[in-house]
Ligand binder design. Structure first.
Ligand code: AMP
Ligand code: ZN
Length: 443
């Protein structure tokens, strides 16, 4: 039964004969997007009727590889997972939205990189197939551009909120990346702070696992675990000194990265994030103070969880504030790069964390870069973690504003710096006729 049903739906998205004729279909500019750069298989459908209009998210769906038992994402498992999910998910999704060879979307967008090679290629190859079968242009999208532009999409929390204006700053914080980016346009991005070891999401996940938490998205589990700590304990942990120079009754010590001079010299020439030390700190504490390496005292576990999350986010604030000093108003010490920036975007999976949002909101020294408070943009929670909506929107912007599409000879890019968005192969210039044909804004 299932086989027959699948065969029917498979046929229905490619076969022309059984479907209504084109003249009966009211056409609008629709974008089908596919994302599978890591462990999520995602599909989305977006629609736009006017240039520069916020697109409507018609639908989006996601399936995630469960890695909880393995304790981390295995690239081969992710590849196999996407290879077995993407095609069927897409067929089901297209059937639901009446997308077929007769009524195809107008543009197909797929994540080209950065990400895991196998994960990326399972979708890029499938998207190429759809593009050929339906004769629809294809855009190979930069995953981090997707996260960065998420703030232009509608949020449930504040439908009326204005999108950011260029130039704006983005803190992109996910399982694979952590960076502060200055964006001047869709294609001009300068990486102001990058990460020197592991990403913040990876660090939160690893720390949570080390503390014995279980789940697929451990950063989120850690936040839930901390949110359940009784208020009296939070008050106690808040004032607990854990700076390495001070002692406390738990003997737990922690410093913010890059606070101690190495070789008598601060290494602040390049501002970087570093998150690996938070895990080693927990590991060495367990070795030194906990019998059998398991934290059985639940209160100690809660204290470490709370302090570690606080310090991880304080480190982010500390580095961004240093960047504000370097690039702000103080002409004698700064190059003035951030002057005029009024909007601050926080996006990526970790941006879902309410404590991080609160800290950014309250602790960034915006006075360093301008006299007014910054406008903060936190995308909708469902769009913070990986999704195909952001890929569809970024693809639309590339097509319409940069007038580019991707040649079918393109290959996925495992490492693709955001500041090298256009300096990779396979971009193809499109002319206004093709843009008008696809977008149909004039009709
Ligand atoms: P992404 O790579 O953008 O899909 O984001 C996934 C990362 O975000 C994983 O490391 C998650 O643990 C992390 N994450 C998701 N939700 C939260 C949250 N509420 N607090 C902290 N980290 C989170
Ligand atoms: Zn991501």
């Amino acid at each position: 039964m299932i086989l027959l049903k699948n065969r029917f739906t498979y046929k229905s998205i490619f076969q022309k004969s059984k479907l209504p004729s084109q003249s009966h279909v009211i056409r609008t500019y629709k974008v089908l997007a596919i994302e599978s750069s890591c462990d999520d298989s995602c599909i989305a459908l977006l629609e736009r009727t006017k240039p520069n209009q916020t697109p409507t998210i018609i639908d989006h769906t996601k399936k995630t590889l469960n890695s909880a038992a393995v304790g981390g994402i295995m690239p081969t498992a992710a590849y196999t997972y996407h290879m077995s999910t993407i095609a069927n998910m897409c067929i089901e999704f297209c059937s639901k939205h009446n997308l077929s060879a007769q009524t195809p979307p107008d543009l197909i967008c797929v994540t080209r990189g950065p990400g895991m090679a196998g994960s990326l290629s399972s979708s890029t190859e499938f998207a190429k197939g759809l593009s050929v079968a339906w004769n629809v242009p294809l855009i190979g999208v930069h995953h981090m551009l997707g996260h960065l532009l998420t703030s232009f999409l509608p949020t449930k929390e504040s439908e009326q909120k204005q999108p950011p204006n260029y130039p704006f700053l983005s803190l992109l914080c996910s399982g694979g990346h952590t960076m502060l980016v200055l964006s001047k346009s869709v294609s001009e991005h300068e990486i102001i702070i990058n990460v020197s070891d592991i990403a913040v999401g990876d660090s939160l996940d690893k720390c949570a696992r080390e503390l014995g938490l279980y789940g697929n998205m451990l950063g989120r589990e850690l936040e839930k675990f901390i949110n359940d700590i009784p208020i009296e304990e939070i008050e106690e942990f808040k004032i607990l000194p854990i700076d390495t120079r001070l002692s406390n009754k738990y003997n737990f010590k922690l410093t913010l990265p890059y606070q101690n001079p190495k070789n008598g010299k601060f290494q602040d020439d390049i501002i970087q994030f570093a998150f690996a030390q938070f895990l080693s700190n927990i590991q060495s504490y367990k070795k030194k103070f906990i019998n059998s390496n398991i934290i059985e005292d639940e209160k100690i576990k809660r204290m470490i969880a709370y302090k570690t999350q606080e310090y991880i986010f304080d480190h982010i604030i500390d580095r961004i504030n240093l960047a504000f000093k370097r690039h702000g108003l103080n002409r004698s010490k700064s190059d003035g790069k951030f002057i005029g920036v009024k909007d601050f975007v926080c996006s990526g999976g970790v941006a879902a964390n309410s404590r991080l949002r609160e800290k950014l909101f309250n602790n960034l020294n915006y006075n360093e870069i301008g006299s007014n408070p910054l406008n903060f943009h936190f995308p909708d929670l469902s769009l913070c973690t990986d999704n195909a909506v952001m890929i569809g929107y970024a693809g639309m912007e590339i097509f319409e504003k940069l007038k580019l599409k991707t040649n079918l000879n393109f290959i996925p890019i495992r490492k693709w710096p955001l500041n090298k968005l256009l300096s990779v192969e396979s971009w193809v210039q499109v002319n206004d006729d093709e843009i008008n044909r696809v977008c149909k804004y004039n009709l």
